[in-house]
Write a protein that binds this ligand. Structure first.
Ligand SMILES: Nc1ncnc2c1ncn2[C@@H]1O[C@H](COP(=O)(O)OP(=O)(O)OP(=O)(O)O)[C@@H](O)[C@H]1O
Ligand SMILES: [Mg+2]
Length: 297
């Protein structure tokens, strides 16, 4: 049975502008189930990081509320760990020191040995066993990003938040880290909320993909339910018959509908329940330019 684990309820964010206020978004609703992996895609500046920062508790909405596991968010919490694009490691600490620091914040009463053992387990999980004594300056970009992921996972957060965590990496490293993040999230039932610009990454990782229109006044136009099998493999993804229908649907959105949606909002559209769409379901004929198959609302 589905469970509303995260619930964005009519949130708005506005900033002062030269001629009044700019509304990044308003009346934005979104829910995430426990154990779900959600990716959010949309053009630069539409408000993705703002949504993630509000969920992290690093920013606050001007209206509305975000509920996590039955409680309204009031600031940052170790229940919600963030992996930043720029890894944000402490440069004077080793790999072990960086992860251990997070572990000791989570479990302040643990002994040094307990903390180090726990930290080592997560360093190994992201494939960095042997690099524990290295400082961030001695690591490649991909290794630093792995430390950021190990640090986030080591505090066993209720939600893993990632803001374009792999965008600065070369394709090979990005692929390896995508595999690791997916494996860990599937194995541990981790709830994850991630921003990406990479459509293939979203199709590989996400259970559902949230499509956000351009700002200002951005909206969640729809939620694409990923129809690919749960045991999907990154390198075979493109061979699956569902891959291109989903990919084309996402790209069509980014190229066209992200820009035009607001002026062509479908009749009956409800911000509180954006349509959940499966692009591989049979098309409803004569639906015009907007090829949506509504499978749930
Ligand atoms: N402190 C601020 N003051 C004024 N405007 C802001 C501030 N922070 C963000 N904005 C505006 O809010 C909008 C959304 O920003 P946000 O960083 O959430 O976008 P994004 O979708 O994450 O973009 P990108 O893909 O480039 O990371 C942008 O138009 C940005 O200019
Ligand atoms: Mg951003």
């Amino acid at each position: 049975m589905s469970e509303r684990f995260i619930s964005f309820e009519s949130i708005a964010r506005r900033y002062p502008a030269k001629d009044g206020m700019t509304t990044v978004f308003e009346d934005l609703w979104l829910s995430v189930e426990r154990g779900e992996f959600v990716c959010i895609i949309g053009h630069s500046g539409c408000g993705k990081t703002t949504v993630l920062n509000i969920l992290a508790g690093l920013d606050a909405p001007d209206d509305g509320v975000v509920i996590v596991d039955g409680q309204a968010i009031e600031g940052p919490s170790l229940d919600r760990a963030v992996v930043f694009q720029g890894h944000a490691l402490l440069p004077w600490r080793t790999v072990l020191g960086n992860v251990a620091y997070a572990v000791s914040s989570r479990w302040p009463k643990w002994s040094r040995t307990q903390i180090a053992d726990h930290a080592r387990k997560f360093i190994a999980l992201v494939g960095l066993a042997g690099a524990e004594a290295k400082k961030p300056s001695e690591l490649s970009g991909g290794m630093k990003q792995r430390v950021g992921i190990a640090r986030a996972l080591s505090i066993e957060p209720k939600i893993l938040l990632m803001d374009e965590p792999f965008s600065a990496l070369d394709a090979l490293t990005r692929g390896t880290l995508q595999d690791e993040v997916r494996r860990i999230c599937v194995e541990t039932g981790q709830t994850a909320f991630m921003i990406t610009h990479d459509v293939d990454e979203a199709i590989f990782l996400a259970d559902k993909i949230v499509l956000m229109t351009n700002g200002p006044g951005a909206m969640i136009a729809e939620i694409v339910k990923n129809p690919l099998p749960r045991d999907r493999k990154r390198l075979d993804l493109h061979k699956h018959p569902f891959f291109y229908p989903v990919r084309n649907h996402l790209i069509d959105f980014l190229v066209e509908r992200s820009r035009t949606f607001r002026d062509n909002v479908p009749a009956g559209f409800d911000r509180r329940h954006p349509p959940i769409v499966d692009p591989t379901a049979p098309e409803i004929p004569e639906t015009g330019a907007v090829r949506l198959v509504k499978i749930n609302a």
